[in-house]
Design a protein around this ligand. Structure first.
Ligand SMILES: [Fe+2]
Ligand SMILES: [Fe+2]
Length: 295
């Protein structure tokens, strides 16, 4: 009898770290300043670049395995929030166990990315709930620490249960997805009605939906859109899936767009001075969030 094949760690989790996906997004959507400065992204566009192959393999897995049924199962499991409960500040330490061992010199830990995002928002004078949104936006990556594969945590999100858009990065890999051959998903507007609103649409499962559900009673609607759709680049950057939107989504889009540059372009090799910032953030967290978070 044929033995079930075993898979190497690299086959399951091709990225050296989750940051590799975010770096690839940054290459795809360079900051206006780097475009103006004529900074080249040639290195990335070189098809022999092994990092590019890694990212491509990551999307192959993501697009192959994120089926409608997979999303439904993950929601049923993780949205019970019965895995762990801890004080908010312990949750940041927990998230920081996601260590990037590939490149310790250039990459800051997860908390530094959150803090740089929130500080950039604060420096631009946005409301405090948006600062907190920046601080929390990638907390959903703790999914990795619950043993979830990278392709079920990060990556551009896309709707499931309706036709795939070629505005999603590497759309050719959707052909490997079992849903590709289901007419009820791939014809017309799929299982959704036209203009049903994104709240009625299931996106591929990952850290966005998870953190949205975690925060949904604690932040204003604008912040919740930022959390829930920050990786839905096909919508907020490419304008795809118009037929799913309602007026409320169209109204909220500007907030998602407002948030995106802080996520993508706030990276700085110099970490913020946490000891100085600490009192502000302790007050901010206490103002909006409960003492403990459920995962
Ligand atoms: Fe994210
Ligand atoms: Fe982020």
């Amino acid at each position: 009898m044929e033995q079930p094949r075993s898979f190497s760690e690299k086959e399951i989790n091709p990225l050296e770290s989750l940051d590799q996906w975010e770096d690839a997004v940054l290459e795809r959507y360079p900051s206006p300043e780097s475009i103006a400065a004529g900074k080249s992204t040639d290195e990335y566009r070189n098809y022999d670049n092994p990092e590019r192959d890694t990212v491509r393999e990551f999307y192959r897995l993501n697009h192959t395995y994120q089926t409608y049924d997979f999303v439904t199962q993950k929601r049923a499991d993780f949205l019970q929030f019965n895995k762990k409960e801890m004080p908010v500040w312990d949750a940041f330490n927990f998230l920081n166990q996601l260590v990037d061992d590939s490149d310790p010199d250039t990459d800051l830990d997860q908390f530094q990315h959150l803090l740089q995002t929130s500080e950039a928002i604060r420096n631009d004078g946005h409301p405090d709930w948006m600062v907190l949104t920046g601080l929390m936006h990638d907390m959903g990556k703790v999914l990795c620490l619950f043993g979830e594969p990278q392709w079920a945590v990060v990556g551009d999100t896309f709707p499931v249960g309706c036709p795939y858009s070629d505005k999603v990065v590497y759309p050719e890999y959707f052909r490997n997805n079992p849903d590709y051959n289901k007419p009820e998903y791939q014809e017309g507007t799929g299982i959704y009605s036209s203009g049903c609103g994104l709240r009625n649409v299931h996106l591929s499962w990952g850290h966005d939906e998870y953190v949205y559900q975690m925060m949904k009673n604690h932040l204003p609607e604008q912040g919740l859109y930022m959390l829930r759709y920050h990786s839905f680049y096909a919508w907020h950057r490419e304008g795809a899936y118009e037929y799913l939107l309602d007026d409320h989504d169209r109204e909220m889009l500007k907030w998602v767009k407002l948030f995106n540059p802080y996520d993508l372009y706030s990276k700085n090799p110099v970490p913020p001075d946490w000891n100085k910032l600490r009192p502000y953030y302790e007050d901010l967290v206490a103002k909006y969030l409960p003492d403990t978070l459920k995962f």
